[in-house]
Design a protein around this ligand. Structure first.
Ligand SMILES: CC(=O)N[C@H]1[C@@H](OP(=O)(O)OP(=O)(O)OC[C@H]2O[C@@H](n3ccc(=O)[nH]c3=O)[C@H](O)[C@@H]2O)O[C@H](CO)[C@H](O)[C@@H]1O
Ligand SMILES: [Mn+2]
Length: 288
């Protein structure tokens, strides 16, 4: 009787191989832990808009075509999506046919001669974007790495107030091995005996006001570090991990939402939804 009852109301029994909630009772989204029909019935009537940022500075502009085309096939299909593409090369933004209710805005942005700087400056650009536009126009926002491709469904099950994503390479390793910033001089410092998960900088999401607080805090801490002439080991990703330690995400996306093409697929990975594509670091980045 009991099992029958559970199968009606919950999906938690379907994934005994992975943890599906955090210690603070935020869901961790895995294949077979949600019923998309139920979820779409919640969000579709709300006619929500999902803002989505991609930064494509310098040679990273070449990743836009594949990530946007695959997003049109798999990302928030059936929902309003507003892509914001930040680039120093607006003429090289490819023309991608967008589905109904989907639009793309190009934002011309100055580049930098250091990839670390390009990556971390996303925080202040997203801060400004949310304040200027997104806060009044969109219901949710995602910031996604551009050197990526969608391979399978990514839908409304990913929505939440504040959404963090488990990093493919650090998933399942112990806390001491997490590549947090370990120097106390940095604002991103996390001691060895603290930390819940290692979150990837490539996928951040949530309600615009919640993400605004996150990017603003990280930007301010990056500014303090800069004034103190220290750069965290993984730039804004380190500051993101610090932020999530004290401001817990309300939903976690499993590594299905942030895989890596170079990585073999363990049995717990029933589906790869979004993955980092292979790149020649020496060729594509402005500096080593
Ligand atoms: C999977 C994952 O979590 N990746 C994170 C990781 O390394 P990654 O190796 O994924 O960093 P990356 O080279 O992809 O850079 C991050 C992002 O910055 C942009 N970009 C970078 C360089 C450039 O010349 N032009 C350009 O546009 C682009 O949007 C790219 O996707 O650490 C970075 C910070 O150090 C970021 O936190 C990344 O999100
Ligand atoms: Mn990347």
């Amino acid at each position: 009787m009991r099992l029958v009852y559970f199968s009606y109301t919950s999906t938690w029994l379907s994934r005994p191989d992975v943890s599906t909630t955090t210690k603070w009772l935020a869901p961790i989204v895995w294949e077979d832990t949600f019923d998309l029909t139920v979820i779409d019935n919640i969000y579709k009537p709300q006619n929500i808009t999902v803002a989505t940022t991609f930064f494509a500075l310098g040679k990273y502009v070449r990743f836009l075509k594949e990530v946007l085309e695959s997003a049109e096939q798999h990302f928030m299909v059936g929902y309003r999506v507003h892509y914001y593409v930040f680039t120093d090369l607006p003429d090289e933004v490819p023309t991608v046919t967008l589905g109904e209710g989907r639009q793309l805005t190009v934002k011309k942005t100055a580049s930098s001669n250091r990839w670390q700087e390009i990556s971390l400056r996303r925080m202040e650009m997203i801060e400004k974007l949310i304040e200027d536009e997104v806060i009044n126009k969109a219901d949710y926002i995602f910031s996604l790495d551009v050197d990526s491709k969608f391979y399978a469904h990514w839908g409304a099950e990913s929505l939440g107030d504040l959404v963090g994503t488990l990093h493919a390479w650090l998933y399942g390793t112990s806390r001491e091995q997490f590549t947090y910033e370990r120097r106390p001089e940095s604002q991103a410092f996390i001691p060895l005996d603290e930390g819940d998960y290692y979150y990837g900088g490539a996928v951040i999401g949530g309600r615009p006001d919640k993400v605004l607080k996150l990017v603003k805090t990280c930007r301010m801490n990056l500014d303090v570090d800069r004034a103190n002439k220290i750069e965290a080991v993984w730039q804004e990703e380190s500051h993101l991990n610090k932020y999530f330690l004290y401001n817990k995400p309300t939903k976690l996306l499993s590594p299905e939402y942030l895989w890596d093409d170079r990585k073999g697929k363990p049995s717990f990975m029933k589906v790869v939804r979004f993955s980092q594509v292979e790149k020649n670091y020496a060729e594509i980045r402005p500096n080593p």
